[in-house]
Ligand binder design. Structure first.
Ligand SMILES: Cc1cc2nc3c(=O)[nH]c(=O)nc-3n(C[C@H](O)[C@H](O)[C@H](O)COP(=O)(O)O)c2cc1C
Length: 210
């Protein structure tokens, strides 16, 4: 596709139609589609000055439904959520009024579990200096999200994993050193339904040309 107007139109449509998908069908995406999504994530920007000569600054773990790794991940995620809720409802948090303030979040965490998706993908980024790995991971995730949308697949960010870079059990499962990498995870599968684009605020009302 060499015409810039055509390219721009395709990208505009993809961006407009990218949505969070939280319900997946039992159908599984093809391995070639997952490979395309991984490549899109790999091709996202990375902080070259921070990671130095490392070639494996970004790595991907594809966790299939019904695998032993998936069962272990469910156990690790449930334990992490339990610990987080325990902390948020502990006496110091109560005394600071934070438990009440965060009651909606606590309720969400109490009911949270990994989605019934055919694939959970964990992406890790080497924490260089300065540590900008979470930002780099967000770029990777957006590329993957757009490629998943282009493939007609659903994508859900799983932000609970962002606070797990020092989780010993997760690091053991991924065979990485605790704290060496930042972590991001997402669920990918065939969407039960496609929600379509949402109308956002008129950009003119939130943009200022100086
Ligand atoms: C940093 C970040 C973390 C997010 N974490 C989650 C998450 O844990 N679970 C989830 O279902 N969606 C998560 N989302 C998705 C947002 O809720 C979603 O993008 C937003 O509601 C807009 O909806 P859309 O993606 O359909 O356009 C996250 C988004 C961002 C940017």
């Amino acid at each position: 596709m060499s015409d810039p107007a055509e390219r721009s139109k395709v990208l505009e449509e993809l961006i407009k139609n990218r949505r969070s998908i939280r319900n997946f069908s039992t159908e599984s995406p093809m391995p070639s589609q997952i490979e395309k999504i991984i490549l899109a994530g790999l091709n996202a920007p990375f902080a070259a000055a921070a990671v130095g000569d490392r070639k494996d600054f970004r790595r991907f773990f594809i966790i299939k439904k019904d695998s032993a790794a998936r069962k272990e991940l469910e156990r690790i995620a449930a334990a992490h959520l339990k610990t987080t809720v325990k902390k948020l409802t502990s006496l110091p948090f109560k005394l600071m009024g934070l438990t009440r303030k965060l009651s909606k979040l606590i309720e969400r965490l109490n009911n949270a579990k990994l989605p019934e998706a055919p694939f959970i993908i964990i992406i890790i980024e080497y924490n260089g200096i300065p540590s900008v790995a979470p930002q780099a991971l967000a770029h990777a995730a957006e590329n993957m999200w757009l490629m998943a949308s282009a493939e007609g697949l659903g994508f859900q960010l799983l932000s609970m994993f962002e606070g797990m870079k020092k989780n010993k059990d997760l690091c053991r499962l991924l065979e990485i050193r605790s704290g060496e990498y930042s972590i991001l995870a997402c669920a990918i599968g065939v969407p039960k339904e496609l929600p379509g684009p949402v109308k956002r605020i008129d950009p003119e009302t939130i943009t200022k040309w100086l």
